[in-house]
Design a protein. Sequence first.
Length: 354
Amino acid sequence: MNSTVTTPDVIEADAVIIGAGPVGLFQVFELGLLEIKAHVIDSLGAVGGQCVELYPDKPIYDIPAVPSCTGQELTDNLLKQIEPFDPTFHLGQEVTKVERRADGRFDVETSIGTRFITKTIFIAAGVGSFQARTIKVDGIEEFEGSQLHYKVKDPAIFEGKNLVICGGGDSALDWALNFVGKAESVVLLHRREEFRAAPASVAKMKALCDEYEMQLIIGQATGFEAKDGKLSELKVTGADGVTRRVPLDMLLVFFGLSPKLGPIAEWGLDIERRQLKVMNTEKFETNVPGIFAVGDINTYPGKKKLILSGFHEAALAAFGAAPYIFPDKKIHMQYTTTSPKLHKVLGVETPVFD
């Protein structure tokens, strides 16, 4: 599979997909079946989108014919599935410009200067680009990346350490439970008694607290102490107004992610509650002809934010885009089970039945 392209030359393309999450990857497959090569752009440094960024190890149970798989496994399988179509990935860059050309195509430019001229655009950007909601303690940002973390890239660095984990959602509870028995100590800090996490996780956390395996503190971080240039204590103010000092080696903050449409909001697309409206559910085309929206980024009557819904949308969007790419070609519906043409495209042998 091709690596990130950084050539200063303009790349002429039939299709540009914005977003390399599961739906963006499946869009590559559906376009590939129609012999349309795709370029895929993502602001993250790796493919997989929210699935890999937020819950790579958490199971997903509603992918058809797959009883259970993690976000990483789903991504890996999708990458394997699209190998025959050799998409080009442009990672670690955000699309900053989309403009209609006089010839009907689009000029597309990214934050690092990669430029395209493309016939069609597929926006599969989830709910936009994610930014972690940060902890609001003056000066603590200087420890980000060393002792302050908004996501877990390498769980091993937290083992044997005194951890304070902030948050009340699934990510905070999941990591707190994960590190019990691995870290020297685990303190979960949440601003209130109610949690947004799965009830089973909350019950397990409280049981571990009862067994003195971890600790729950209700309050908010209001300050910190540093020693020899390192974060040493977190000041926590409780509902009673008393401020306590909690020693720590590492601070993990899971306040959720703030999705932002970013430059997408400037492209002349109809937007409703930070989502892109599609004109109909036949093509999932936006109000701008040639630009399609699939997955969680779009909205229409009856919309359900499910990966499987995004897969369905990607299939119909590919057929909707084909006339822009092959204006003189009639597109016929074919099945991967029986079509020799699709078998050739996929690089598989056509089975012979007796």
